[in-house]
Write a protein that binds this ligand. Sequence first.
Ligand SMILES: Nc1ncnc2c1ncn2[C@@H]1O[C@H](COP(=O)(O)OP(=O)(O)OP(=O)(O)O)[C@@H](O)[C@H]1O
Ligand SMILES: [Mg+2]
Length: 583
Amino acid sequence: MTSQPRIRYRLRRAFSHFTQPISAWVISLLCVVLVSASEPLIPALLKPLLDKGFAQTDFPVWQVPIALIGLFGLRGIGVFLSQVAVAKATNQGLVKLRLQMFARMQNADLVLFKNQSASALGNTLVFEVQNGALLMVSSVMSLVRDSLTLIALVAYLLYLNWQLSLIVALLFPAVAWLMKIMSKRLYQITRDTQTATDELAYVVEENALAYREIRLHQAQSMQVGRFQKLAQKLQRLAMKTSIASSGITPMTQILSAIALSGVISVALLQSHQTGMTVGGFAAFVTAMLMLVAPIKHLSEITGPLTRGLAALERGFELIENTPTETGGSYTSEKARGQIVFEDISVRYQDDLPWALQHINLKIEPGETVALVGSSGSGKTTLANVLIRFVEATQGKARLDGVAVQDWNLLSLRQQFALVSQNVVVLNDSLAANVALGQTPDEQRVVACLKAAHLSDYLATLPQHIHTLVGHNASTMSGGQRQRLAIARALYKDAPVLILDEATSALDNESERLVQDALQSLQKNRTTLVIAHRLTTIEKADRIIVMEHGRIVEQGTHQQLLQAQGAYAAMFKLSQSTGVAPSQ
Ligand SMILES: Nc1ncnc2c1ncn2[C@@H]1O[C@H](COP(=O)(O)OP(=O)(O)OP(=O)(O)O)[C@@H](O)[C@H]1O
Ligand SMILES: [Mg+2]
């Protein structure tokens, strides 16, 4: 198997992540050599015992326990040390690899999250690499240990009787051929198993996220069916793996039996001519039988090695094949906040309609611009182009006259505070969530929470701002979560503020209060407000009306009302449905 260049390359690549600390490998290798080299001592001790111990009366019996206990004691220490040393190298490599993968996740191009589900990524980072590392390293160790044992035993056999050893030598090509066939088959099954495991984990992820919807719509049995189908697929693959790897043991054993019968027959025939002693013969057969164990191990290595490599390679692919987000070099401590959209068009996929078409818009520093328009008209997309969550298919977006692509990504995103439509809260303290990415300044956190009208909520918390908000803020109401996002935006204090339906989950009274806080924030700051409730935006310097990815109207509230166009119609509708603007 090691003769395949491909697997040799793969092994070298995988192993290179686990070479540190070198001292661990040196210790481990020394121990393994000691243990393997001492293997023939067992049959070697047998020879004098049989030839002399039973024949002579003055045989020093006390030597037997000393030799045996000494031998096994030493070997035991060797095995122990080598395993601990290898575990150290494995775990150290594992941490490094995981950190690399997680770091890549942080700077990966955003397509990664489109192509891979959270559970698939979790699977790769948490389970696959661990499994892979353990399997691969233990296989490599076994490869070294068993090869050395094999060499030691074969050398001893050659020393005892080289003719007989030739028969034993025939075993090797046969076993190598077996292993080659199996590794090919197992590789494919392993890949299929990974995909099936991801699918299964994804169903669990979805069901954990959507448990309310599933129960409300009585979709449980459907989900169980879906899960069952995937679980059974995994079961079939597991059976295929077992069948492939189980077949190999009996096959090796049969090969060994053939060799054994050959050796015994020839030895018996030879004994008349060469006068081989009983002790010599027993030592030979024992050493030969001891060969079976390393041969068996070596033949069984294919399965775990293939599985381990395939698992690790998933991690390597993540690190090596995931493109990183690319940015330019322009940086600014604090942008002035001038925004220009130059003929921006966006299409999410070639076969989808345009989400934005030829948008031209200039927003001056400090201006508050509102985007309105029906759902799906492209408002969020336009905002996302600015922070490069979406790349414009055509055209250029500029901040302070510099194309967003030419901005250093960190610096670019530092210029924006965003309250988005779906608020995501991390499983951390309230303070850490408000000051996300920065070390929380307690007073500022409290001030921002107060401005976001969360003081009442804060008063109910047992540990004040240090209370854990639970996984995805499961302990907060929708409106509270939204206000937390607003507090986060206030805390960030960035030159450009994007409010995408920032107050949609609030009641009228809270909205008015939060609005006041936001308005004071909007002073001297470029603001992009997206809202369905027109009350929120009528004070904007300019209102942009969008339809089907195009700008259809723009002007102030008064101008647009007078124009009697789309905005006026929307405004009329909002009044008749009772969401009246405050005058
Ligand atoms: N990730 C995506 N992949 C494919 N299409 C998308 C994606 N995000 C949005 N779209 C499509 O682009 C269009 C504009 O979406 P966008 O989210 O910008 O609308 P919106 O004006 O913000 O709507 P809403 O008021 O409902 O939030 C929609 O037709 C939507 O289906
Ligand atoms: Mg939107």
